[in-house]
Design a binder for this molecule. Sequence first.
Ligand code: ASP
Length: 436
Amino acid sequence: MRNLALHWKIIIGMVLGVAFGAVAAWAGWNDFVRDWIKPFGNVFLNLLKLIAVPLIIGSLIKGVTDLKDISKLSSMGARTLGIYIATTAIAVSIGLIAVNITQPGHFVSKETQERLNSTYASAATAKISDAEKEKSKSPLQPLVDMVPENVFGAASSNGNMLQVIFFVIFFGIGLILIPEESARPVVAFFSGLNDVVMKMVDLIMLAAPFGVFALLAALIVESPTPDIFVALLGYMGTVVAGLVFMVLVFYPTLVRIFAKKSPGFFLKGFAPAQLLAFSTSSSAATLPVSMERVKEHLGVHEDVASFVMPIGATVNMDGTALYQAVAAVFIAQAYGMDLSLGAQLGIILTATLASIGSAAVPGAGMVMLVIVLSQAGIPEAGLALILAVDRPLDMCRTVANVTSDATASMIVASSLGKLGEPKPENWGDSYRAGEV
Ligand code: ASP
């Protein structure tokens, strides 16, 4: 049991949570579960929310300062960023289209919706009155709202995350522009902060099997109908279908068009990195293998790979962005909220930014989902709905995240004439699995 991989422990937590919830509902232990089990689930949720602000600060400042080579490699930097942002925005759009077609949240019956709404009534009322206020504002108000007048004020609420992101990117740009000597200690501090926060995410994830158990048991006890599970299956199916499309169709097509390599060559050469991403749920842990695969097996020159891949592992998370879009709309649907086109376009922006700010470690994408939810006015408590099924989706979205980095490295390399032939002489691979 001790050596069991985390994802197995979480799956066991899920199964036991469902089983316990079912027994509790049958035996009438509802109050016991509500009073003594559910609070542990809420503690776990709070831990995830607690880490959101430091997570953005650490990971984004590191991501931006890693770009300092832009001065030397400006054309490579611009191309890389362009591809990263474009593919991420496309991924979010694919997610939005998929979830609007399948509408998994509508499987939740009116009865369950009302129960969800009454449980979180006060939060919902506050959001609704916020939404009313929004309507009377000028069209440029979102721009004004993005620029905080006080950084500590902005960092004091998870709902202001866009302001924090604005400040952090601005700060990172300032940091790149000052002389290296003065920047060094600041960069070292934030790089250390980033490591600490990543470790905290690791530690929180250790509690995930228990958190998931508590949340699922409470969900079952409080759910009057099984429709929530049908809805969850629909939600998972939508995320997975979107990711499968990205990995098997979208990226190979980009590689075919822009790098003139066949899908078979690309997928076969990169598959071991994808499997590692699947089993570690961490782009960072997969980085050594994904770098090696693109260099040795896909023919990307060393200087391109060592620039594009580490930045990609930190900031380019198409799978995460797609998942955040689907999850946000699903939660809104489950709460009976119909999101306007404007709100959905807003999700494209926030999910793209939130995925950039997500650390390359297990579970980070779900933490950043809080931002997408709060910016779109969707009850954050809805996280409880999807948390239990998050890990398998994390495994799948990490595969898309690393595949996207590899795609970008091939396109950038090809556009700079730096895409050569694979190097079979180096194929005595020794894979080092990341320590997660
Ligand atoms: N686990 C993902 C990654 O490392 C991030 C996420 O949670 O979506 O790429």
